[in-house]
Design a protein around this ligand. Structure first.
Ligand code: FMN
Length: 305
């Protein structure tokens, strides 16, 4: 039996298959090394990195909700310098494309991170998280305003020739408008969605169940919203779109591919079943075989209203 071709292209990078890990749910990948074969993944995206290390928000930072979870980790990370020194040597031993997710509180920070990453051979691309508040613009998130989204992506574009994936926030009225702005600014690919802002109250104390009060909702609860947004975006941009949001099974991933996503990222599922990425890859292949398709491209974007 000839196995179906699972390869997809994200800009100039070829992935073995369309299944990547979502930032913040897969650590720096070494945490999963004894559980799954990291070489089987389509791509690895590590925890969001900033210029300096960050401790994130005080606890409690995670709460389980119906069909999902709320998190307010606050982008805790070891900082780019320690990442390069301590994590890259391990990550170099794999041939899975590595993408580094970055965030900053002002445009200069994004640009500086991009210029540091540009010289690191092992890193294939950068995923820009634009859900962070821009301190210079009074704390409004870069990703909710198309001009600000354009500016941050254009400034990163100037600093690197690596693949640029721009990760969109769903907390907007018109997701397609933001997608068009970041494509115009030079994005090679667009990933969506990040978490949806939510909250949970402890009825005994009358207080928030998160110290930060609000948090980001993820997991199966957000899948229909994510799928709708991916479908809206693929109709407006030419660059490959990466679907994220509540993907727990191969069937969930296939829905995103049919809607037009070229690849998918697996997030909250990693906390429920650490081998979910591998099971999703196997499940997609089994689906293609069952349907008699020779390539993943036979299902991507085949959605008919
Ligand atoms: C605990 C946790 C930490 C996260 N950290 C990041 C992060 O550092 N950068 C980022 O862009 N997204 C981060 N995300 C968002 C995920 O990458 C993903 O976009 C979101 O959870 C939706 O996908 P899911 O429903 O499959 O989890 C985080 C999500 C969770 C649950």
């Amino acid at each position: 039996m000839i196995r179906p071709d699972l390869t997809v292209d994200i800009g100039k990078i070829k992935l073995k298959n369309p299944v990547m890990t979502a930032s913040g749910t897969f650590g720096y990948a070494e945490e999963f090394n004894n559980i799954i074969d990291l070489n089987r993944l389509g791509g690895i995206i590590v925890k969001g990195l900033s210029l300096k290390p960050s401790y994130g928000n005080p606890p409690p930072r995670v709460v389980e909700t119906s069909c999902g979870m709320l998190n307010a980790i606050g982008l805790e990370n070891i900082g780019i310098e320690a990442f390069v020194k301590k994590k890259i040597p391990f990550l170099k031993t794999f041939d899975t494309p590595l993408f580094v997710n970055i965030y900053g509180k002002q445009i200069d920070e994004y640009a500086e991170l991009a210029s540091i990453i540009d010289s690191i051979e092992k890193i294939e691309g950068i995923e820009i998280n634009i859900s962070c508040p821009n301190v210079k613009a009074g704390g409004i998130a870069f990703g909710v305003d198309s001009k600000q989204a354009f500016n941050v992506v254009a400034s990163v574009r100037k600093e690197t020739s690596k693949i640029l994936i721009v990760k969109l926030s769903p907390n907007v009225t018109d997701i397609a408008e933001i997608a068009e702005a970041v494509e115009l600014a030079g994005a090679d690919s667009i990933s969506l969605i990040n978490t949806i802002t939510g909250m949970a109250i402890d009825i005994d104390s009358g207080r928030s169940r998160l110290a930060n009060i609000t948090g980001g909702l993820s997991g199966p609860a957000i899948k229909p919203v994510a799928l709708r947004m991916v479908w809206q975006v693929v109709q407006k941009v030419k660059v490959p779109v990466i679907g994220i949001g509540g993907i727990m099974t191969a069937e969930d991933a296939i829905e995103f591919l049919i809607a037009g996503a070229t690849a998918v990222q697996i997030g909250t599922a990693n906390f429920v079943n650490s081998a979910s990425t591998i099971e999703i890859i196997d499940g997609i292949e089994a689906f293609l075989i069952k349907k008699g398709f020779s390539s993943i491209k036979d299902i991507i974007g085949t959605f008919a209203c």
